[in-house]
Write a protein that binds this ligand. Structure first.
Ligand SMILES: Nc1ncnc2c1ncn2[C@@H]1O[C@H](COP(=O)(O)OP(=O)(O)OP(=O)(O)O)[C@@H](O)[C@H]1O
Ligand SMILES: [Mg+2]
Length: 447
């Protein structure tokens, strides 16, 4: 049977020491006795003791002095003073110096037994708590990525495993599931972390621009190229290149990319001298690339080059147990940003959140919390602060076609954001290219 605690007895009277250590052993504690302050300090230096029973009056150093040194040496150790003189004054001084309690000699063994039991229980709690908090900190937030669900735990593990390799990683998941966050975490946990992390949003650029962004160009490569420009591949040398929205790149660019991956070198546009680069590639997409391959929009050879390791981020609706924790983290984040003091969420609001489908995933949740915190003083996030859960949002009008609804909503959001496309796209959880396409499709015009 394991001892309940390790107890050091410090007393200059041998009889007290023998009696006390025997009794402690019977009570199932590990006990040892020393006879003076100097040996006590040495014992503390050598081993970890949970509790010290310290005699107040000893030849040489007195108890108070030993106490002070012990606190320096082992601040976690609980010290109980034993005093033959029931002088409150001394005991209070000892408590001020950091003693946990005192007990009067001759000892009342029932009193001592109770005192020790309390201490052991308290220490167990403290250790458990520390452990718990440490586990929480380690497991539920990883490099800014919040997630306690099993799916996210696996993602954390995978990030840890692949980070310090040079394997190409393909991150897949719906919009707003944290693909970029994961890409940054991989870079941040690799030995490349002191070199650049360069992100390219492939969907945001037209084909010709994308190529010159990626590979750079030589002076005179085309009209307007009046100086040599380095591409993102070169800029990312020694670091990580993050190709976001890889599903959007054209077949022509796919071929060029494939060549770089195979040969680890490339030429700037208009150039003939190949440039070698040491770049770790991470790609992300919210498309189902296998379907795109079937449809002939994506090259399978490039797919296999990119998909050496696949990290799949599950949509938020499939890991709802992450929602409360995410709410808490975003609450904290926006409290700081907007100087508010939100500290809880109405039960009804949280329930509604657990029910909701979250098409925009974590980004949408983040926006919802941000908005709730901006528009109110707190301290509680209420269901009435959450636009999509208000009853009037569930429109009673005649049903329109899905396209009508989409068009009206896009127009409304554009107006809300003064026709700022970037901000509107963010609010709608779509990228700018998609928004532009929709604006053209619906023929929306700025008034
Ligand atoms: N697990 C998470 N914990 C904390 N914040 C998250 C998490 N997942 C996403 N976010 C936040 O949500 C927002 C969107 O994340 P991110 O840009 O990484 O998503 P994405 O998958 O790249 O989306 P998209 O496909 O639209 O580009 C960011 O503000 C990010 O900080
Ligand atoms: Mg992204």
């Amino acid at each position: 049977m394991q001892e309940k605690a390790r107890i050091l007895v410090v007393d200059d009277e041998p009889m007290v020491c023998i009696a006390l250590t025997n009794w402690l052993k019977e009570e199932n504690y590990l006990a040892r006795a020393v006879h003076d302050g100097a040996s006590a300090l040495e014992a503390l230096r050598e081993e970890k003791w949970d509790i010290v029973l310290l005699d107040y009056k000893m030849p040489g150093m007195d108890g108070l002095e030993v106490l002070a040194r012990m606190k320096e040496l082992a601040s976690q150790t609980v010290i109980i003073m034993m005093t033959a003189y029931a002088s409150i004054g001394n005991s209070v001084r000892a408590m001020k110096e950091g003693a946990y309690d005192y007990i009067v000699k001759p000892l009342d063994m029932d009193e001592l037994a109770m005192m020790l039991r309390n201490i052991v229980e308290r220490q167990e709690l403290v250790t458990e708590n520390l452990l718990l908090r440490k586990q929480l900190a380690e497991r539920h937030v990883y490099e800014n990525i919040v997630g306690r669900s099993e799916a996210m735990q696996r993602v954390f593990e995978l990030i840890g495993t692949v980070a310090d390799t040079s394997a190409t990683v393909l991150i897949t998941g719906e919009t707003g599931t944290g693909k970029e966050l994961v890409a940054r975490a991989i870079h941040g946990n690799s030995s490349r972390r002191y070199n650049p992390f360069i992100a390219v949003s492939c969907g945001a650029l037209p084909e010709s621009l994308l190529e010159s962004e990626l590979f750079g160009y030589e002076k005179g490569a085309f009209t307007g190229a009046n100086r040599t420009k380095m591409g993102r591949f070169e800029l990312a040398h020694g670091g990580t290149l993050f190709l976001d929205e890889i599903g959007e790149i054209s077949l022509v660019t796919q071929v060029k990319l494939l060549r770089v991956l195979q040969e680890r070198c490339f030429c700037r546009l208009g150039g003939t001298v190949p440039t070698e680069v040491d770049v770790r590639l991470i790609a992300a997409t919210n498309r189902d690339l296998l379907r795109e391959i079937e449809a002939g929009n994506f090259r399978s050879d490039l797919y296999y080059r990119l998909n050496v390791v696949n990290i799949q981020l599950p949509p938020l609706r499939e890991r709802k147990e992450d929602i409360p924790l995410l709410v808490e983290c975003f609450m904290e984040k926006f409290n700081v940003e907007f100087n508010k003091r939100f500290d809880r969420i109405e039960k009804k609001a949280l329930e509604a959140m657990m029910e909701y489908r979250w098409p925009g995933n974590v980004r949408e949740l983040e926006n919802v919390i941000e908005r709730a915190i901006v528009i109110d003083q707190g301290p509680e996030i209420k269901a009435s602060h959450l636009p999509m859960f208000r009853s009037e949002a569930l429109s009673t009008e005649e049903p329109e076609s899905l396209e009508d609804v989409e068009m009206h909503h896009i127009r409304k959001m554009l107006e809300r954001h003064q026709w700022n496309v970037a901000r509107t796209a963010k609010a709608l959880n779509i990228d700018r290219t998609t928004l532009h396409k929709k604006i053209n499709k619906f023929g929306l015009e700025r008034p």
